[in-house]
Design a protein around this ligand. Structure first.
Ligand code: TIU
Length: 231
């Protein structure tokens, strides 16, 4: 179909859990959470916390497939990155000092300083790099609304629905979904477009998000979303 004739206000309906999720391209953003080298590649923040990062790398082809289809349909795309200023002024000591990682936030690692703006590890992985017109939100917390302009940006663009992918399911993705839900957004989490270092936490997060009549949001496999996109 030619995008010249596409009605971006038309309602598209994805078979989802716990029930169908309807959205229009005009009022929906694809929100991709923290697909950064620091979480997905060896030597970054995720690995210093003691995690097996290969679990997260496995979803990259799926996230890329959805991103490319969404781009082709002309929808809004927003990426987020977790990270901190080089002087750590936006990193609470409680976050930096928590636990016993091999390297802490701000320490020098194989991909530069851990979780610091502008360092190689802070970058979104090349396969999913933002293109012109796509917004990148830098966030100091796990949630994408805390201490960022995301809320204002969504209001300005008239966005009411968020389709979410990224890592990790029960940390930055779930925190962001909960922040968005409290702000009135209808959120769909793409089940195979998100991953955790702990498979059982991913499954629990998906279940608790869609429980109680979509108390936090909806979930659906990428195939169900791809099937309704007009590209
Ligand atoms: N550790 C972990 O599972 N996640 C994070 O620290 N950040 C995000 O989820 N992006």
């Amino acid at each position: 179909m030619s995008t010249a004739t596409l009605d971006t206000n038309a309602l598209l309906t994805v078979p989802a859990q716990p029930f169908d999720y309807s959205f229009s391209l005009a009022h929906t953003a694809l929100l991709i959470i923290d697909m950064q080298r620091d979480f997905i590649e060896p030597g970054g923040f995720g690995e210093t916390l003691g995690n097996d990062v290969s679990l997260l790398a496995a979803i990259v082809p799926t996230v890329k497939r959805v991103l490319e289809a969404w781009r082709a349909s002309g929808g809004h795309v927003i990426h987020t990155r977790e990270g901190h200023a080089p002087d750590l002024s936006d990193c609470p000591p409680a976050k930096r000092l928590r636990g016993a990682p091999k390297l802490r936030i701000g320490d020098e690692g194989p991909m530069g300083r851990i979780l610091i703006h502008g360092e190689p590890g802070h970058a979104i992985i090349p396969e999913l790099a933002p293109i012109a017109g796509e917004l990148v939100i830098d966030k100091p917390g796990k949630g994408a609304f805390y201490d960022t302009a995301l809320g204002e940006v969504l209001k300005t663009r008239g966005i009411t629905h968020l389709i979410v992918m990224g890592v990790t399911t029960e940390v930055c993705v779930q925190t962001t979904l909960r922040e968005a839900n409290d702000r009135g957004y209808d959120c769909l989490l793409v089940e195979d477009g998100t991953e955790s270092y702990f498979p059982e936490f991913k499954e629990a997060a998906l279940a608790m998000i869609r429980a109680q009549g979509a108390i936090v949001g909806w979930t659906a496999p990428s195939a169900s979303l791809l099937a309704v996109l007009p590209s």
